[in-house]
Design a protein around this ligand. Structure first.
Ligand code: PEP
Length: 253
């Protein structure tokens, strides 16, 4: 049985002090617990420490995630963040391969794979994103495209505990656009992802890996996605910036 997950990606929003206020608001909204749902909050890198302190001080029922990592341990990589640096500020999850990083910063499947390996070596859970562009979807090649991404992104990963690797299916045309995929669209691709995971890791591991949907998910539409067999939660962008909205999504999960 897979535990549901709701993860918030703040993207490049919230200064250090604004991040603290948002984390405190969320801690307050979720003070009665999250039921049987894993909740993760992914602020910008410079906010991680502040949010980590809020989690500690308020015993907040959510975990801390980063939005990116570099795969080397240390060295001359100006502007990058190593896995042990994330670990040191209390991050236990990290988003990798987000379509914005693929599109604007040239992140490749090979990079995503190296990042996953580096994170896992430090016990940090990757939330590995995949998803097709509108062009690919309109050509009817979305399943094929995502399956290929999954094969490349997971190549050589050693997974013994399936709760320690998470995939987020995020059709690019639905991210930040207000356009959502239908629950059936999400299930079609999430089901194909699960089948690919069975090929790569075998039935037992594949059936324990969480596959999230992301793309304009909000309180009003989340329930429909979660009814689907292979959708185990959501990666939420815009709606995670308002504590009440994000908490409402957690409560309906
Ligand atoms: C995201 O950034 O991962 C995302 C899904 O964004 P939004 O919810 O705003 O579409």
């Amino acid at each position: 049985m897979r535990k549901r997950m709701i993860a918030g990606n703040w993207k490049m929003n919230k200064t250090y002090s604004e991040g603290i206020v948002l984390a405190q608001g969320l801690a307050d909204e979720l003070k009665d617990g999250t039921g049987d749902v894993d909740v993760v909050v992914c602020p910008p890198a410079v906010d991680l420490k502040g949010v980590s302190e809020v989690i500690e001080q308020t015993s907040a029922p959510f975990a801390l995630g980063a939005q990116n990592v570099y795969w080397e341990e240390s060295g001359a990589y100006t502007g990058e963040t190593a896995p042990n640096m994330l670990e040191a500020v209390g991050a236990t999850y990290c988003v990798i391969g987000h379509s914005e990083r693929r599109d604007y910063f040239g992140e490749t499947d090979e990079d995503v794979n190296k990042k996953a390996k580096a994170l896992m070596a430090h016990g940090i859970v990757p939330i590995s994103c995949c998803g097709e562009s509108l062009e690919v979807r309109e050509a009817g090649k979305h399943v094929e495209f995502v399956v290929d991404q999954i094969k490349k992104d997971t190549e050589g990963l050693e997974i013994t505990d399936p709760s320690k690797y998470v995939i987020a299916y995020e059709p690019i045309w639905a991210i930040g656009t207000g356009k959502t995929a239908t629950a059936d669209d999400a299930q079609e691709v999430c089901g194909a992802i699960r089948a690919t995971l069975v090929e790569v890791f075998g039935e037992e591991i594949a059936s324990g890996i969480r596959v999230l949907y992301g793309g304009s998910a909000k309180p009003e539409n989340i329930a429909g996605f979660l009814e689907k067999e292979d959708v185990d939660g959501a990666l939420v962008g815009g709606a995670s910036l308002v504590a009440e909205s994000f908490a409402a999504m957690v409560k309906s999960a």
